[in-house]
Design a protein around this ligand. Structure first.
Ligand SMILES: Cc1cc2nc3c(=O)[nH]c(=O)nc-3n(C[C@H](O)[C@H](O)[C@H](O)COP(=O)(O)OP(=O)(O)OC[C@H]3O[C@@H](n4cnc5c(N)ncnc54)[C@H](O)[C@@H]3O)c2cc1C
Length: 432
């Protein structure tokens, strides 16, 4: 169940923390977000350290599909409707700038970086595509309508973004992480103002950045209300006629396609963690019907944190948490969002202006329909009288037969059948 990235890259190793440490900035969590923060802070000459509970990129990042694009579904029509043209344009600019940062960095890194066009297709709705095209026109962005993208089934059309990219995320991380100040196998157990207690010593730092995927502090920022987790599944196929470009269904339950050498990565089967969904079975059925000669060479699954309004939370952690910052809620677009987070947080820490700070501020309004859904799901989870229960907030866990795990529908914690914690926000194993 290892991703092709894990199978084909060697990540550098780092020592565990073995004594107390003082640094100006501490970063907690070594996935794409934390590592890019560390990289940008180091480039800016800031004194920093990063602690990672396990190995770097052992979380969601190792199981991504690694498309680097500002095309995050049909998001721009929605952003204009909910935030106005100015903010929608900022979102586009921030993510296009992140793509350009990757382009520059990857020019000197052997990480299979390839320029590709990105497409979002709809199976049924030409109207949705037209709305997105006119939203993009209002933002002054040159997208295109494509009537018959080269997919093995009929679609109503697709919106195309030119010159986006894909890469090998772990080869990229190998190169940028090797000279960073990182402590692996160093888990933060307690977090207080200017101080993090780990299993290897206490780190004192004026500023602390939390990039633990789901933020680890419950009592500030309301992230347990503002986030939920959504799972997706991936198959790597040989002998599937390869697609030139990166494709995604506008429907949350639809499919995703990209090439990787002679492999085709087929993604989908998605569902809220702890709820039923298509999983690998749905992908296998699709592959059998549309690529009868294809063979599955690898399969994996992962989940990402989803926000109330489709925009990540990047900035100060909460109202009363001076010096504490967070980057989370990448809505399955964590490649460009991590780069945006690193730029915004580096500027915040250095006291520099950044045009995107207000757009991504975690303090923005929570009054969105998804808030009620999250609240209701948590209430149902807490009231459901089954065992076992999640140590995070006491919700009833659901058995995930595809992956043999116990999953929490409320906030997305997951546990192996022996009770070992797989995914946060829970910090503890299941009690026997
Ligand atoms: C199936 C799938 C496909 C995707 N495809 C794409 C794509 O094509 N393009 C795109 O842009 N995005 C994609 N994404 C999203 C992207 O992969 C994620 O947003 C991104 O990898 C998240 O990175 P992260 O650093 O926030 O989290 P993670 O990679 O999970 O890193 C968090 C780290 O924090 C560590 N940690 C946790 N708690 C502690 C603690 N107490 N102390 C110390 N360390 C701790 C963990 O061990 C982990 O290593 C996809 C997501 C999924 C699920």
């Amino acid at each position: 169940m290892d991703s092709i990235w894990t199978q084909t890259a060697q990540l550098p190793r780092f020592p565990p923390l073995q004594s107390d440490l003082k640094s100006d900035v501490l970063i907690i969590g070594g996935g794409m977000a934390g590592l890019l923060c560390a990289y940008q802070l180091s480039q800016a000459g800031v004194d920093y350290a990063l602690v990672e509970a396990d190995r770097i990129c052992g979380g969601t990042t190792k199981n991504t599909t690694a498309k680097i694009t500002a095309q995050h579904g049909l998001i721009y029509h929605k952003l204009i409707r909910e935030f106005g043209v100015g903010r929608a344009r900022l979102y586009l600019e921030a993510n296009q700038a992140a793509l350009e940062q990757y382009r520059r960095l990857c020019a000197n890194i052997d990480c299979d970086f390839e320029e590709k066009d990105a497409f979002v297709y709809s199976i049924t709705s030409r109207k949705k595509l037209d709305q997105e095209l006119s939203a993009l026109e209002r933002l002054g962005f040159a997208s295109e309508y494509v009537e018959t993208p080269p997919l093995p089934f009929h679609v109503a059309g697709a919106v195309k973004f030119k010159r986006q990219a894909q890469f090998h995320p772990l080869k990229f991380i190998s190169a940028i992480a090797k000279d960073l100040r990182i402590y692996e196998h160093t888990k933060v157990l307690e977090l207080g103002p200017g101080k993090a207690v780990t299993n290897g010593g206490t780190v004192s730092a004026e500023k602390i950045i939390v990039t633990t995927h789901f933020p680890l502090l419950n009592k500030h920022g309301g992230y347990f209300l503002k986030l939920y987790q959504h799972r997706s599944y991936v198959l790597a196929l040989t002998n599937a006629s390869n697609v030139d470009g990166m494709y995604l269904d506008e429907d949350e339950k639809g499919l995703s396609f990209r090439s990787c050498g002679n492999l085709m990565l087929l993604g989908g089967g998605s569902h809220r963690t702890g709820k039923p969904g298509g999983g690998w079975k749905e992908l296998e059925a699709f592959a059998q019907a549309h690529y009868p000669n294809a063979q599955v060479t690898a399969r994996w699954a992962a989940q990402d944190c989803m926000t109330l309004d489709g925009v990540p939370y990047i900035g100060p952690y909460g109202k009363n948490t001076s010096g504490l910052y967070v980057a989370t809620g990448f809505n399955k677009w964590g490649m460009t969002s991590s780069m945006v987070a690193a730029s915004v947080l580096t500027d915040l820490i250095l006291g520099r202006d950044n045009p995107y700070t207000s757009l991504f501020s975690p303090a923005r309004t929570m009054l969105r329909p998804q808030l009620a859904l999250n609240g209701l799901t948590s209430l149902l989870g807490i009231l459901t009288p089954t065992a076992p229960r999640c140590p995070h907030m006491g919700c009833a866990l659901k058995y995930n037969a595809a992956e043999h795990s116990w999953d929490c529908p409320c906030h997305g914690s997951r546990f192996g059948t022996n009770g070992t914690l797989i995914d946060n926000p829970s910090t503890d194993d299941l009690q026997p």
